[in-house]
Design a protein around this ligand. Structure first.
Ligand code: CTP
Length: 405
């Protein structure tokens, strides 16, 4: 993804850092936000500076952190009010129990809570604390108050805490926090904000017996990249997947295994979706019957498995207003075969790719796609990341959604 086009390009984000041992991880969050094209303005509590020095954030973000309420920033009479007005959103990471309490009660006695109160855009908090402090009724009441006011909680996660204990209170990983910030930024005014998009991914697995299945070489990467790109534009995304990749943050995941399960999930979600993007490699056939017990080798030299045709999901799913995007994985006559599939599947667009190439198609992070539409237009794109392929596909989906009205 390039800085110029990502959801954080040109955004101003207030990063609030409070006094937790996890404060050092806020440096990585700051760095990733800057790399994604955002302007990061750090505000810190005094306690936070006991863990990480302001100079570190100055170095990473290029801006002097605000620590002292009374110190002028040379530009604004009230820097926290100016930040609250200018910034697109605010993230507090790590958020201590104490800062959650002060935010919940409107107590604004440091730069983080002051700016939080002055903030006009969304507020997201990533808590980090001891498991007992997180579970405490006072903390939980503050969490509920903040959630009711629309504050988004990122974590905390279960895991090993600084005390050595295992429990809920661990800071979410910086990379995941940044993904959630991308989703939140997309929802602000992304081109697909408010749109509901269902994406399928992975190769379906059709059971032969409890340990074997009929499958294919699809990794699911293309579908995950499309889902991520749609999330970054603000869409409400459901990813119906048979792949075992880590779920992209900010995307709802509906796990499925077989073509039949995928059909049911697609039917359920398509009813409320604006677009369906079928990047999954659906097995065309499944064993007539899956054996209940593991099949033994016995004395047999060959093993024939009777297969029966699976439903064609994208062709089956109808919706008057549903924009349908199919994929065509081909090893020969790419465009001709794709054009035929576009018609057969009654799709609006078909994304053709040659899966015999080594730098495109299965399991790699790049792809070379051609997008075909119902008017016979062919958009042959160069080799690019699967995320960027997703961006180009969504450009076309957006046009169709706009034309649909
Ligand atoms: N597809 C589907 N249901 C199926 C098979 C495919 O919805 N049972 C979808 C795929 O997700 C993809 C498109 O149809 O978006 C084309 O898939 P592909 O495997 O290329 O084509 P097939 O229709 O299976 O045709 P063939 O295997 O003969 O090339």
């Amino acid at each position: 993804m390039s800085e110029a086009t990502g959801p954080l390009a040109g955004r101003t984000i207030v990063l609030g850092v409070t006094g937790s041992i996890a404060a050092y991880k806020a440096v990585e969050v700051a760095s990733r936000l800057v790399q994604a094209g955002a302007t990061v303005r750090t505000v810190m509590t005094r306690a936070a500076t006991e863990f990480v020095g302001p100079a570190t954030f100055r170095g990473v973000t290029g801006h002097e952190p605000l620590v002292d309420i009374w110190a002028p920033d040379g530009e604004h009479a009230e820097p926290h009010v100016a930040l609250g007005r200018e910034a697109d959103l605010m993230l507090v990471t790590p958020a201590t129990a104490s800062v959650l309490g002060r935010l919940a009660h409107g107590i604004s006695d440091d730069c983080v809570t002051l700016t939080g109160l002055a903030m006009r855009g969304p507020l997201l908090v990533a808590p980090a604390m001891d498991a007992g402090m997180w579970a405490n009724a006072a903390t939980q009441a503050n969490v509920r108050t903040l959630q009711e006011r629309g504050v988004t909680f990122l974590g905390p996660l279960e895991g090993r805490l600084a005390s050595g204990e295992i429990g809920a209170g661990r800071l979410m990983e910086p990379v995941t926090i940044v993904d959630h910030i991308k989703a939140a930024a997309g929802r602000l005014d992304g081109a697909l904000a408010g749109a509901r998009i269902a994406v399928t991914a992975g190769g379906t697995r059709e059971p032969v017996d409890p340990v074997r299945f009929v499958g294919n070489r699809s990794s699911g990467k293309m579908g995950y990249a499309v889902a991520e790109a749609a999330r970054d534009r603000g869409a409400d995304v459901v990813l119906i997947t048979s792949a075992e990749l880590a779920a992209p943050a900010g995307v709802r995941v509906a796990p499925v295994e077989t073509a039949q399960e995928m059909l049911e999930a697609v039917e359920e979600h398509a009813a409320t979706s604006d677009a369906l993007i079928m990047a999954a490699a659906v097995a065309d056939y499944r064993p007539v019957e899956a054996a209940k017990e593991k099949q033994k080798r016995g004395g047999r030299e060959t093993w024939g498995i009777d297969l029966v045709r699976n439903p064609d999901i994208i062709a089956t799913v109808q919706g008057e207003r549903l924009i349908k995007v199919a994929f065509a994985a081909e090893t020969q006559d790419l465009v001709d075969n794709a054009q035929k599939k576009l018609v057969e599947k009654n799709a609006h667009l078909i994304v053709a790719n040659d899966v015999s190439a080594t730098d495109a198609g299965f399991a790699v992070d790049t792809n070379r796609i051609t997008i075909l539409d119902r008017d016979g237009n062919q958009d042959e794109l160069p080799l690019m990341s699967k995320y960027d392929c997703g961006v180009r596909i969504l450009d076309r989906v957006q046009e169709l959604l706009a034309a649909r009205g």
